[in-house]
Design a protein around this ligand. Structure first.
Ligand SMILES: [Zn+2]
Length: 111
């Protein structure tokens, strides 16, 4: 079990380092369609004629939720960074679990 945990830790650390080097962003990208402010526009009659799709990047910073509309070019450019940010969060949670198991074992507290 110890060897498997060590290998797992090594794999997580290696992947985290690579992601950090490539660059990441927090938050998520969401695709939205919108109804505009002109009452006689087709978007008010037909859900299939809503405007968009538009891509929105949203994230939390210092306790505040921020949302930014992206151009298609920005969405293309930032998508990979946001995906790396999401992967970093997953790996950080895995890292916490693996490190807890390692320390619990090393210090003779756990199983
Ligand atoms: Zn409209």
């Amino acid at each position: 079990m110890a060897k498997r945990d060590d290998e797992r830790l090594e794999r997580i650390r290696t992947e985290l380092a690579a992601l950090a080097v490539e660059g990441s962003l927090p938050g998520s990208l969401v695709v939205r369609t919108l109804r505009c402010g002109r009452r006689n526009c087709a978007c008010h009659q037909d859900p299939l004629k809503l405007h968009g799709p538009y891509v929105q990047w949203s994230y939390s910073y210092r306790g505040k939720r921020v949302a930014r509309w992206l151009t298609a070019e920005q969405a293309d450019r930032l998508r990979a960074q946001v995906e790396r940010g999401r992967r970093i969060k997953e790996l950080t949670a895995e890292l916490d679990a693996a490190e807890i198991r390692r320390v619990e074992r090393a210090e003779g507290w756990g199983t």
